[in-house]
Design a protein around this ligand. Structure first.
Ligand code: GDP
Ligand code: IMO
Ligand code: MG
Length: 429
C-alpha cells in the first residue's frame, strides 16, 4: 500500500502540478480531492505544456485520474478539459466522484458579488463559484454529480437550489439571477449525459487500489495558508487544502496515507488579497515575477512575490504532518547576490515564531530575516546537466539555502526542482 499526498505549503502555485506529474510516472492513479477550477496546475514535458484546472496532473502520464468527492466541479470546464486533451492525442482514463458537487452559473454570479461586498476582508476570489458551491453544499442545498444523471431528482434539487439562489441574489445583492432555470436544467442534464461514463464510485476504486498495494497520489490544490480550517481565513479558499483533506475528500482513512510531501516554492507568491509580510514591492519583486512567470494560470493576474517565509512552511509541516519537502523554482532566484529568508515575525517588539491567526497581529507583524548568499543565474542547459549529475553539482550557495530550509523546517528535502520541465529535477527519495 502506498498513499502519497502532495500539498502546497504556502499560498498556492508552488509547483504542485510539476511535482505530481514527476511522481506520477511511478504511480497507478492520481486523485484530486478538493477545490475546483480555481486551481491551475502546469505540467511541462519537453515542448508540451498542459494547464489543468480540474483534471489531476497524472493524466499526462496516462494514469487513472480521479476527481474526488471533496471537489466542486463545473461540468462545462471538465468537458472542455477532456476535449482539449483528446485533441492532443491523450484519451484520459477518468473516474469522477458521484458525490462531488456541481458548480452552476448562479453560484459564479454570486461569487463575484460576494467578493466585492466583502471589501477589506475579500480574498480576491478567482470568481469560479467556489465559495458559493461549498456553502450550498454545507447548507445541504447543493447538487451532486450523480444527481445530473436522474431527471426527476435533478429537477427536484434544482428547484430548491434555484429558488434560494434567486432570492439571495435579489435580496442580499440586489441583482437579478442571470440564468433561467429551464435553460440550466437542459444544459446541465446534457453535461450529465456526456459525463455519465466517467461518474462512479471513486472511493471504492481508490481504496481497492491501495489494498492491492498500488501507489496512489493525492494531488492537493491551493495551499496550506489558503485552507479553510488551518489557513489565513478569510483570505483563502473554501476547502481543506491540506493532507488531511485527502482523507475526507477522497474517502480514504488516515491509515492509508504513508507519505505527505509539501511543495515549497523557493520564494513566496500570492495571487489575491491578504496581508503578506515578506512581499517585495520593489525591483527584486518584479524581477522574481518576470523570471518566474508569476502570472495566474487560472486568471492571468500578476502574482505578488516576496521572500521565502519559513513561518508559513513550519506551519505547513505541522498541519500536514509532512514527511518530506519538494523545493521548486530555485532557478528563478539565480542571479540575486543576497537572498533573504524570513525565520520569524516581530509584533510590537515581541518575537513570533508560529503562524499568527489574530488578524490584527498578522496585518501588523514584520518579518525577521536571515540573509544568505545567492547563486549565479544559469541557462536551462546547465540546469539540465546538473539534473543528470546530481545533488553535489548544484551551486554550493544553493545547497546551503536548501540545508538552511531543511534544518528550519525539520523535515528532509527529497525533491529539488530548478526548471518547469520534468527533467529539471533532482530526486533524493
Ligand atoms: P501549482 O498550482 O502549484 O501546480 O503551480 P502552477 O502550475 O500554478 O505554477 C507554477 C509555475 O511554475 C508553472 O508555470 C510551472 O510550470 C512552473 N514551475 C514549476 N516548477 C518550476 C521550477 O522549478 N522552475 C521554474 N522556472 N518553473 C517551475
Ligand atoms: P493552485 O491549485 C493560488 C486564491 C484566490 C483567492 C482565494 C479564494 O493553482 O495552487 P477562490 O476562488 O478559491 O474562492 O479564491 O484563494 N486561490 C489560489 N491562489 N493558487 C490557487 O490554486 C488558488 N485557488 C484559489 O486568488 O485569494
Ligand atoms: Mg496554480
Amino acid at each position: 500500500m502506498s498513499g502519497i499526498v502532495v500539498v502546497g505549503t504556502q499560498w498556492g502555485d508552488e509547483g504542485k502540478g510539476k511535482i505530481v506529474d514527476y511522481l506520477a510516472e511511478k504511480a497507478d492513479a492520481v486523485v484530486r480531492f478538493q477545490g475546483g477550477n480555481n486551481a491551475g496546475h502546469t505540467v511541462v514535458a519537453g515542448e508540451e505544456v498542459y494547464k489543468f484546472h480540474l483534471l489531476p496532473s497524472g493524466v499526462v502520464q496516462g494514469k487513472l485520474g480521479v476527481l474526488g468527492a471533496g471537489m466542486v466541479i463545473n461540468p462545462k470546464v471538465l468537458l472542455e478539459e477532456i476535449e482539449g486533451l483528446k485533441k492532443r492525442g491523450i484519451e484520459p482514463n477518468l473516474l469522477v466522484s458521484q458525490k462531488a458537487h456541481v458548480i452552476f452559473p448562479f453560484q459564479i454570479q454570486q461569487d463575484g458579488l460576494s467578493d466585492v461586498a466583502q471589501g477589506k476582508l475579500s480574498a480576491g476570489s478567482t470568481k469560479r463559484g467556489i465559495a458559493p458551491a461549498y456553502s450550498d453544499k454545507a447548507a445541504r442545498n447543493g447538487i451532486r454529480m450523480v444527481d445530473l444523471l436522474d431527471r426527476k431528482i435533478f429537477e427536484e434539487k434544482l428547484e430548491n437550489l434555484y429558488r434560494i439562489k434567486k432570492k439571495t441574489l435579489e435580496f442580499v445583492y440586489g441583482q437579478k439571477i442571470q440564468s433561467k432555470k429551464l435553460d440550466i436544467f437542459d444544459e446541465y442534464f446534457g453535461y450529465g449525459k456526456r459525463l455519465s461514463k466517467y461518474i462512479g464510485n471513486e472511493s471504492k476504486e481508490v481504496n481497492g487500489l491501495l489494498d492491492e498495494g498500488k501507489t496512489v497520489l493525492f494531488e492537493g490544490a491551493q495551499g496550506t495558508l489558503l485552507g479553510v480550517d488551518h489557513g489565513m481565513y478569510p483570505f483563502g479558499t473554501s476547502s481543506d487544502a491540506i493532507a488531511g483533506g485527502a482523507c475526507t475528500g477522497a474517502g480514504v482513512g488516515p491509515t492509508k496515507i504513508d507519505e505527505a510531501i509539501g511543495v515549497v516554492k523557493a520564494y513566496t507568491s500570492r495571487v489575491g488579497s491578504s496581508p503578506f509580510p515578506t512581499e517585495l514591492t520593489d525591483k527584486t519583486g518584479d524581477q522574481i515575477r518576470e523570471k518566474g512567470h508569476e502570472y495566474g494560470t487560472t486568471t492571468g493576474r500578476p502574482r505578488r512575490c516576496g521572500w521565502l517565509d519559513l513561518v508559513n512552511v513550519r506551519h505547513a509541516v505541522m498541519i500536514n504532518g509532512l514527511t518530506s519537502l519538494a523545493v521548486t523554482k530555485l532557478d528563478v532566484l539565480g542571479g540575486l547576490r543576497k537572498l533573504k529568508v524570513c525565520v520569524s515575525y516581530k509584533h510590537k517588539g515581541k518575537a513570533i515564531a508560529d503562524q499568527p491567526f489574530d488578524l490584527r497581529v498578522f496585518r501588523e507583524c514584520e518579518p525577521v530575516y536571515e540573509e544568505l548568499e545567492g547563486w549565479e543565474d544559469l541557462p536551462d542547459s546547465e540546469w539540465l546537466r546538473i539534473a543528470d549529475e546530481g545533488y553535489y553539482s548544484l551551486p554550493k550557495q544553493l545547497r546551503e539555502y536548501l540545508e538552511f530550509v531543511e534544518k528550519d523546517a525539520g523535515v528532509p528535502i527529497k525533491i529539488i526542482s530548478f526548471g518547469a520541465d520534468r527533467k529539471a529535477t533532482i530526486d533524493l527519495r
